[in-house]
Ligand binder design. Structure first.
Ligand code: PNS
Length: 166
């Protein structure tokens, strides 16, 4: 039950391509729930490169992978700040793994702030053993038949096997 003096529900948007979702993403979603009540995982429609998984597949795999109260998955098209405004998010969550992420992330954070000064970007550090994990490496290893079972949820592992079945 909601009472008047309670603080408003804090919503974070966690945007990305999620092509596919990895254990690194799962880790960040869980960590986000420590400081917001709701996390909306926002799968970008218009990624520059041709994704391996379709939008529906990427959304479906996150839904299969992360079943937590307070977490939902949506796709979005256009500007992230506009999507964030529509869903009432006050925070953008992004993961920072290595120095190599920094420049791109810093640019995006400043551009998003320029577009909407009230929206704050929060960077989370992933678990130590997931620091060097990325969707692009997972795709590449899976493409050549390498074992990615430790790096992704079993549903994603199966989906990769189907994608690359010869
Ligand atoms: O996982 P990715 O591919 O690094 O995610 C990038 C993403 C989807 C977060 C970024 O490209 C994005 O926000 N796209 C939506 C369009 C937009 O708002 N662009 C301006 C960002 S400064």
């Amino acid at each position: 039950m909601s009472v008047a003096h309670e603080h408003p529900v804090r919503i974070a948007v966690y945007p990305g391509s999620f092509d596919p979702v990895t254990k690194g993403h799962e880790d960040l979603i869980r960590r986000s729930l420590a400081f917001v009540e709701r996390v909306v995982v926002a799968v970008a429609v218009n990624v520059a490169k041709q994704p391996l998984f379709t939008l529906e597949e990427r959304v479906g795999l996150i839904r299969e992978t992360v079943r937590l109260p307070g977490v939902e998955v949506q796709s979005f098209e256009g500007l992230l700040v506009e999507f964030a405004r529509r869903i009432g998010a006050s925070v953008i969550v992004r993961g920072l793994r290595a120095v190599s992420d920094f420049e791109y992330e810093f640019q995006m954070a400043l551009m998003n702030r320029n577009l909407d000064p009230k929206l704050e970007t929060v960077f989370l550090v992933p678990a130590f053993d997931l620091t060097y994990l990325s969707s692009s490496l997972v795709r590449e290893v899976a493409r050549f038949g390498g074992d990615v079972s430790q790096l992704v949820h079993p549903a994603v592992h199966q989906a990769l096997k189907r994608k690359f079945a010869r």
